[in-house]
Design a protein around this ligand. Structure first.
Ligand code: SOE
Length: 382
């Protein structure tokens, strides 16, 4: 049986990445929908996609479409995901799932009521050596987790002239680095260890209180090449950096540093976990190596090689050792989980980040915001 057909909504950096990955997987793109009809048609022509929808309702009414990919700015995730599920479509939604917990809880409940895929694109889980790290942790190789620390640093919003919709709370939400990149890290911390984050203590800072907003939209990461002299001085209310202390459900502790203004750091996501037997460390800019720290034996650098990986992690490496896998491959791996689950009607047992996981991240965002505002530890209820 073939995979269901996809519709992709939002044609920026993320929409294009989804389309490329779907094609690698062999999924037929039934149609696309962007914010600007003319641009979408040009884009469709370039990519050989003949159907450009006029609006979202056309997608919902199209019986050929099985899975809807939501790659829009954040504020549209909730209304679009809700109507897609209600129309019986499977959904892969970009993160963060919603702007607040009222929305994300409603989506998680709705997803629960339907036998439909409701996945949030926490794609970084799907690097082969991140899967390997999880398999090792689950097998007890590092012992009990004690300390989980790391960060996610970028520089694409370093200058006051750097602009993107994420800076506008109406589109991106009240938090920025925490929801845009911090939730990737917190999602991975919980997923790797099987532990929940139960309390947070956060400090948020905005170092660029004003930025120059260009008159034309700027795509994510494209600002360096698209300088626009015609810009309007605009106050900024979202954080450039975050420093967060974390408590985990087994008593382990964590520390997370986030920034979108760290010169030279392009997409530097890293973590290190200290367990009672050994430590592990991994970073996204060097994703084909996993560091194993040991007290009484030499440390090791594990190189990605499916033949030498745990059997649970092996299916997530498509290429043999010595053939690097990276960021775009993580989308293929996540989408494969989703499309196989739909095709085989195995949605409940599938291994993709769910709307419940997406909701947990929004609850963490809200606790982090409260902690920063009140300058104290905040516990997560439930
Ligand atoms: C921008 O910060 C961004 O595109 C995030 O939105 C993605 O989730 C991350 O993977 C790369 O950076």
């Amino acid at each position: 049986m073939n995979f269901p057909h996809a519709a992709v909504v939002g044609l920026g950096f993320m929409g294009r990445t989804h389309i490329q990955s779907l094609r690698r997987l062999g999924v037929q793109i039934g149609g696309i929908l962007g914010s600007d009809r003319e641009k979408s048609e040009r884009f469709g022509h370039q990519l050989g996609i003949s159907r450009v929808y006029a609006d979202f309702n056309e997608i919902l009414a199209d019986p050929a479409i099985g899975v809807v990919h939501l790659c829009t700015p954040n504020h549209l995730h909730y209304p679009l995901a809700k109507s897609a599920l209600q129309a019986g479509k499977h959904v892969i939604c970009e993160k963060p799932l919603a702007l607040n917990t009222t929305e994300s809880l409603e989506l998680a409940r709705l997803a629960d009521q339907h036998n439909l895929v409701a996945a949030v694109n926490y794609n970084l889980r799907f690097y082969p050596l991140v899967q390997e790290a999880r398999a090792r942790i689950q097998a007890g190789e590092i012992g009990e987790a004690r300390l989980f620390h790391g960060g996610y640093l970028q520089d694409w919003l370093f200058l006051p002239s750097d602009w993107n919709w994420r800076l506008e709370p109406e589109q991106g939400g009240e938090l920025r680095v925490v929801s845009d990149i911090g939730t990737h890290w917190m999602d991975m911390a919980s997923w790797l260890t099987g532990l929940q984050i139960t309390a947070v203590m956060a400090d948020l800072s905005t170092f660029l209180p004003y930025r120059r907003k260009p008159l034309h939209a700027v795509e994510t990461f494209a600002g360096k090449l698209a300088a626009d002299d015609q810009a309007e001085q605009t106050p900024i209310h979202t954080e450039d950096t975050a420093c967060i202390l974390l408590a985990f459900s087994n008593g382990a502790r964590g520390a997370l540093t986030l920034s979108q203004i760290s010169a030279g750091r392009k997409n530097y996501f890293w973590w290190e976990i200290s367990g009672s037997r050994a430590s592990l460390r991994w970073d996204q800019e060097n994703p084909n190596q996993l560091w194993v720290g040991q007290r009484d034996q030499p440390n090791q650098i594990v190189i990605k090689d499916p033949a030498l990986m745990h059997p649970e992690a092996r299916p997530f490496a498509d290429f043999p050792g010595g053939h690097a896998e990276g960021y775009p491959d993580t989308f293929v791996q996540l989408f494969r989980q989703v499309y196989c689950a739909v095709r085989d009607n195995a949605i409940r047992s599938a291994a993709f980040p769910s709307f419940a996981d997406g909701h947990r991240q929004i609850a963490l965002c809200s606790a982090i915001q409260q902690s920063a505002r009140e300058k104290r530890w905040v516990e997560l209820t439930d």
